[in-house]
Design a binder for this molecule. Structure first.
Ligand code: APR
Ligand code: PHB
Length: 389
């Protein structure tokens, strides 16, 4: 079997790349280790930059997000018992759109299905070969039978634990990592959100976040220690802890209900450089991870795919390799901006177990500076809404 581009992984990166290539008449096959249902079952973040929404439009999947996505012109930062609004629209002229990653994934899967483009799910033992030479190949098994796909390029869209980055010789790769000494315990519930906008909370009991998926579905998080076990968090304990991190008025307005999903996620910053090795290109979580505090993970995956799809289209239309050669540097410039911002937001808002009293005071000063200074709020807002491409 032969295709132009073999895409490993059917998360948002792989599906969006597949969709953009398909629309440009480039033949791409997606090979995914899990089932479609499993991929759709993962609950991930939900804040889209305008640039990401625009890209979904260019990929032909902009209709539902335009209809159902919630436009947010700002969010609140709560500390010292008081909520302070960051007015994104007034500060930057831009907004964000709340629309779950699950929905983005579903729209892309539906589009792929109706275009008749092929995705191989439940592929076992996926491996990538010869990407340092002219004829790369991807091997995998389905129902025990071995398959091999020859291609011009491999797109490694297989997430942080994927096989593509790990197949690059160790000496060709530089990795940068910070693992934070805490995680997020998240709950999804069919209850109306406590506020019509997101609330990022800094409290002495730790960080919390009030988010949403729709006017009837809420997503809440509390910072927790890494040793925490989700089984020890019945719903009642979660709601009590969340309320204890909110100001009394907000806590009083919180509608609680049974959780429909509950999980703990560690926080990590990670970048692998470069993002290209010969004919293998990494995109999304395969190349980098940000802590979720800045809401950048999915948006970074989209920006990688924007650069990579344009480069591949340019190559197939004109034979030029300029975009392919520039891909890694272009993508990484944006990645590091998002890494810096996500790292900063994480330090701004979390209880820092290893920071000590000095860090706690500096953190408070930083929060007060945000309230006092429009320039400081503008910097926050600019990064949150995302820099234009
Ligand atoms: N072979 C094939 N597929 C694989 C392999 C493999 N060896 N390893 C992993 N995969 C699949 C995973 O099952 C998953 O469906 O690759 C996909 C990677 O998807 P994501 O982890 O969602 O990564 P990405 O598409 O880059 O999306 C980034 O996800 O984690 C969030 O915050 C992040 O929102 C961002 C988005
Ligand atoms: C979410 O809704 O899941 C969410 C929102 C904003 C973040 C992180 C997660 O910064």
């Amino acid at each position: 079997m032969r295709v132009q581009v073999a895409i490993v992984g059917a998360g948002p990166s792989g599906l969006l790349l597949g969709q953009l290539l398909q629309r440009a008449g480039i033949d791409a096959l997606i090979i995914e280790r899990r089932s479609a249902e499993y991929v759709l079952g993962r609950i991930r973040a939900g804040v889209l930059e305008q640039g990401t929404v625009d890209l979904l439009g260019r990929a032909g999947v902009g209709e539902r997000v335009a209809r159902e996505g919630l436009v947010h012109d700002g969010f609140d930062v709560l500390f010292g018992g008081q909520r302070h609004r960051v007015n994104l629209s007034a500060l930057t002229g831009r907004h964000v759109v709340v629309y779950g990653q699950t929905e983005v994934t579903r729209d892309l899967m539906d589009a792929r299905l109706s275009a008749g483009a092929s995705t191989i799910y439940d592929a076992a033992d996926v491996s990538v070969h010869d990407f340092d030479a002219d004829h790369p190949r991807v091997r995998f098994r389905v129902d025990g039978a071995a398959h091999e796909v020859a291609c011009d390029f491999i797109a490694g869209c297989d997430g942080f634990h994927g096989v593509c980055r790990q197949s690059v010789p160790a000496d060709a790769l530089r990795q940068f990592e910070r693992v934070y000494p805490f995680g997020w315990l998240g709950v999804l519930s069919d209850t109306p959100p406590v506020s019509h906008e997101l609330i990022y909370v800094n409290s002495p009991r730790g960080f919390a976040l009030c988010s949403m998926r729709s006017p009837t579905r809420s997503r809440y998080y509390v910072q927790c220690s890494l040793s925490e076990n989700v089984d020890e968090w019945p719903d009642s304990r979660f709601w009590t802890e969340l309320k204890a991190r909110l100001d009394p008025a907000t806590a009083g307005g919180l509608v609680t209900g049974p959780s429909i999903e509950k999980s703990i996620a560690p926080l990590r910053s990670f970048v692998a450089e470069p993002m290209r090795f010969g004919r293998l290109f990494l995109a999304g979580d395969a190349a980098h991870i940000v802590p979720p505090t800045g809401a950048k993970g999915l948006n970074l995956a989209a920006s990688d795919v924007h650069y990579l799809s344009s480069a591949l289209v340019e190559f197939y239309q004109s034979g030029s390799r300029a975009g392919l050669d520039a891909y890694s540097a272009r993508a990484l410039a944006r990645v590091w901006q998002a890494e810096r911002f996500s790292w900063w937001m994480t330090h701004l808002l979390h209880e820092l177990p290893e920071g000590g009293a000095f860090s706690a005071r500096v953190q408070r000063a930083e929060l007060e500076y945000l309230v006092a200074s429009q320039a400081a709020r503008t910097a926050l807002a600019e990064n949150y809404v995302g820099l234009p491409y």
